[in-house]
Design a protein around this ligand. Structure first.
Ligand SMILES: [Cu+2]
Length: 107
């Protein structure tokens, strides 16, 4: 019995620790070839979840300094997490649908 107690305690303490330092999570939905947010400001260390609710593929990316990333092919129904560890700001776009744009600031 005792040998099971240690991992359980470790898991509990680990969960409490990560809860105490938990950074924010924000969700941006892609629907009808639009982002659900036109403009978003988040804190350094926060995570953005991009959720594709369209019936077709998107490729969300940014080339702006500090926030550059690329999700590559994101199929219908898929969610992707991006953690932003650096300060920066700029535009997030979709490589497939040029009309899709939003502004992101990480500070
Ligand atoms: Cu798209």
């Amino acid at each position: 019995m005792r040998r099971y107690l240690v991992p359980v305690l470790a898991t509990f303490i680990g969960a409490a620790g990560s809860y105490a330092f938990a950074a924010g999570t924000h969700t941006v939905v892609q629907s009808e070839k639009k982002f659900s947010e036109a403009e978003l400001t988040i804190a350094k260390g926060d995570t953005l979840v991009f959720k594709n609710e369209d019936p077709f593929t998107h490729n969300v990316y940014s080339q702006s300094p500090g926030i550059a990333f690329e999700l590559k092919v994101q199929k219908p129904g898929e969610s992707s997490d991006i953690k932003f560890d650096r300060e920066g700001s700029g535009e997030i776009r979709c490589a497939i649908h040029p009309q899709m744009k939003m502004k992101l600031t990480v500070k």
